[in-house]
Ligand binder design. Sequence first.
Ligand code: TYM
Length: 341
Amino acid sequence: MTEAAPQFTPRVFSGIQPSGGLTLGNYLGALKRFADAQDQGMETIYCMVDMHAITVWQDPDALRRQTRELAAGFIASGVDPEKSILYNQSQVGEHAQLGWIFNCVARMGWMQRMTQWKDKAGKNSQNASLGLFAYPALMAADILLYHATHVPVGEDQKQHVELTRDIAIKFNHDYGTEFFPLPEPVIEGAATRVMSLRDGTKKMSKSDPSDMSRINLTDDADAIANKIRKARTDPEALPSETEGLKERAEARNLVNIYAALNDQTVEQVLADVGGKQFSEFKPMLADLAVAKLSPISTEMARLMEAPEEIDSILTRGADRAREIAQPVLKRTLEIVGMVHG
Ligand code: TYM
C-alpha cells in the first residue's frame, strides 16, 4: 500500500565534522551559506557530526575541543542558536538508529563507488574502519531524520547527497511509502570548491600537510596576508571575462574567493579587476579577507573562553532536534515492522 505523498515543508539541514580546524573552504562552501539560509527565514538545522569524525582516529580530548571550536565557528560565522537548531550529532541517538536502518537499505556497490571513500581509504582499504565505509548511510540518516529538503554543501559532498536520494528512493520503494523526501544538494555561489593556495588542482583541506595551502579561520591578520601574498599564481594579468580564467586554476581560485567573500559574482569582480597584475590584486584580496575573517577569529576566541556556555547551547539544540527526530524515527520503525509499545 502506498501512502499519499505528504507535503514536505522546506527545511535546511547540513553538517560539518569536528575533525580539526576550520578552513576558508568550510567557511565559503558551508558556514557563510548556512548563515545566509538562516537569515532568509528558512527553517535551519546544523549539526556537528562527531560520530562521522570518529570514522578515522580522533584523540578524545582533541575531539571535545574541536567540537566546541566548531560550535564557536558556527556562531561566529552568523549562525544564531536561537534562530537555527545547532547541536552535536551524538547527543541525538536517533541518528545512529536511523543510520542502522539505512545500512540495511544501501548496497555495498553504492558505497564502493563513493569517491571520498576511494580517496580516504586508498590502497589501505582493508585497514580502514567499517564506519568509514558505511559513513554515507549515516549522512543520509542525518538529513532524512529531519525530512530535510535542502542540503547546502560544497561541491565535494554532492555525491553523498545524491546517495541520500538513492537511499530515500529505495526505502520508499521497498516499503511502498512516500515517507522520505528526496533532498536537493544546494551548491551555490562563487566558492563551492575552494582550492589549495599552493596547487589550484587540489581542494583546500584541513588535512593538507602544508599550512600555507589553506587559510584557517583561526589565522590572524598577518598569517592571512602572508598566505595570500605567497599563494601560487601565474605571470599573466587578470582577464576581464570568465572565459579568460579557464586554463588558470590558481587565478580562478583567487577570483572565486574574492567574489564569495565580497558577495559578488565572478563577472562583477572581473569587471573591476580585469587587467590588474597579481601584485595589485593580491593585496586587495588580503585586505578583504582580513576584513571579513578577523572578526570571526576574534569572536571564536572569545566564545572559546566559556566552553560551558557552548556546551549548554549544544544541549539545548539537541533537545530541539530530538523533538523533530523522534516522531520521524518512530514512524520509520513502524513502517519497517518493528514492534513498539
Ligand atoms: P566536511 O566536514 O568535510 O566539510 C564541511 C562542509 O565544508 C565544505 N567544504 C568545502 N567547500 C568548498 N571548498 C572547500 N575546499 C571545502 N572543504 C570543505 C564541505 O563540502 C561541507 O559542506 N560528510 C560531510 C559532513 C556531513 C554532512 C551531513 C553534510 C555529515 N552529515 C549531512 C551535510 C548533510 C563532511 O565530511 O563535510
